[in-house]
Design a binder for this molecule. Sequence first.
Ligand code: THU
Length: 137
Amino acid sequence: MEAVARSAIARAYAPYSRFPVAAAILFADGQVLAGVNVENASYPLSLCAERAAVAVGVTGGHGAVHAVLVLTDTAEPTTPCGGCRQVLAEHGAPEVPVRSVTLQGRTAEHRLGALLPEAFRSDSLLRRNPHPPRDVW
Ligand code: THU
């Protein structure tokens, strides 16, 4: 997985933050696919590497997320941002390992469930109390 991320990080599009990130995800079908951050001049539209990798996997029909690696050119390993934790939790079980690696080889590893405890998931939606549909007309 690390080799896949290492070959992708040069393609990160991060001219604004100059903080390139590559993510490699192992999917249920055994494929390891990369994503990089893709920034935009309209800053909030920027896409994180982890979400880019999830989109690649979903688009190709590769199944659930089984492992995640995040590669950054930093002094210390970088863990996924809060939004990416939420997106990863939609596609991966709490036991999924998330390994954060620096270009220099520093490593940290966490479980997805530890990065996002008490996650809001699709089954959370089932807990809503019933409301009659509102007639807006
Ligand atoms: N970024 C990621 O791609 N993944 C992370 O886990 C943290 C942040 C990106 C977003 C933005 O392009 C840049 O890093 C700086 O925030």
